[in-house]
Design a protein around this ligand. Structure first.
Ligand code: AP5
Length: 209
């Protein structure tokens, strides 16, 4: 199962990806997570990406495309994958199709999770991520992860002005991909402004169609 998760920042892509991993046992490939891991290791990739991420802008296409070409050539992606945060521009979507075509693979489904921008600003302002197990939660949980006791951290780009810029970058550069995948007959639109389990039921049904 080769899945693309589309949706604005904070729509719930990472939250639903965690359930998809348990269901399909295929790798979750999040370009944002790759950049954040590279930054915490202090690599040149991470330091370059930070310049864009801190401002809520997109990392340049060629850097992202080269990174993903390499990642998708790895053996663990052969049984399938969940792409979260990629592709994000028309150039990335075309490059993805070319990379998959070269190995006789295709995208099976593109899920677009839709949430009102003002709901997203509230969600992201209170999002916390466990530094130990990576679980995504909200500030309502306090400062320690209820699953593993790790420290709950706030992402550097989850402040209101950067969130609003990420939302406008999404509208300009990524939302057009909804039409791209609709044209290919691969798009399923999902209302993401419902409880996580209700959204998950629709995500699962879309992957099984
Ligand atoms: P990235 O890390 O991809 O971030 P994003 O797209 O902004 O998405 P988020 O991770 O913020 O949100 P999400 O949809 O995963 O929501 P989540 O499940 O966490 O990208 C970061 C940056 O990296 C970009 O700005 C860019 O600079 C760069 N980048 C990455 N990929 C790139 C690319 N391909 N090209 C160029 N640059 C790239 O949920 C959010 C919150 O809501 C959580 O608190 C969660 O608990 C809560 N929540 C989730 N679902 C629900 C629900 N149903 N009801 C209530 N609350 C919910």
């Amino acid at each position: 199962m080769n899945i693309v998760l589309l949706g604005a920042p904070g729509a719930g892509k990472g939250t639903q990806a965690a359930r998809l991993i348990e269901e399909y046992h295929v790798p979750h490939i999040s370009t944002g997570d790759i950049f954040r891991a590279a930054l915490s290791e202090g690599t040149p990739l991470g330091l370059e990406a930070k310049k864009y991420m801190d401002a809520g802008e997109l990392v340049p296409d060629q850097l992202v495309i080269d990174l993903m070409d390499e990642r998708l050539s790895q053996a663990d992606t052969a049984p399938g994958f969940i792409l979260d945060g990629f592709p994000r521009t028309a150039a990335q979507a075309v490059a993805l199709d070319e990379a998959l075509g070269a190995s006789d693979r295709v995208i099976d489904v593109a899920l677009s999770i839709d949430v009102d921008p003002e709901v997203i600003v509230k969600r992201l302002s209170s999002r916390r991520t466990c530094a130990s197990c990576g679980r995504i939660t909200s500030a309502d949980e306090g400062t320690s992860c209820k699953e593993c006791g790790g420290a709950l951290e706030q992402r550097a780009d989850d402040n209101e002005s950067t969130i609003r810029n990420r939302l406008s970058v999404y509208e300009e550069q990524t939302a057009p991909l909804i039409n791209y995948y609709q044209g290919k007959g691969l798009l399923v639109e999902i209302d993401g402004d419902r409880p996580v389990e209700t959204v998950w039921a629709d995500v699962k049904a879309a992957c099984e169609r």
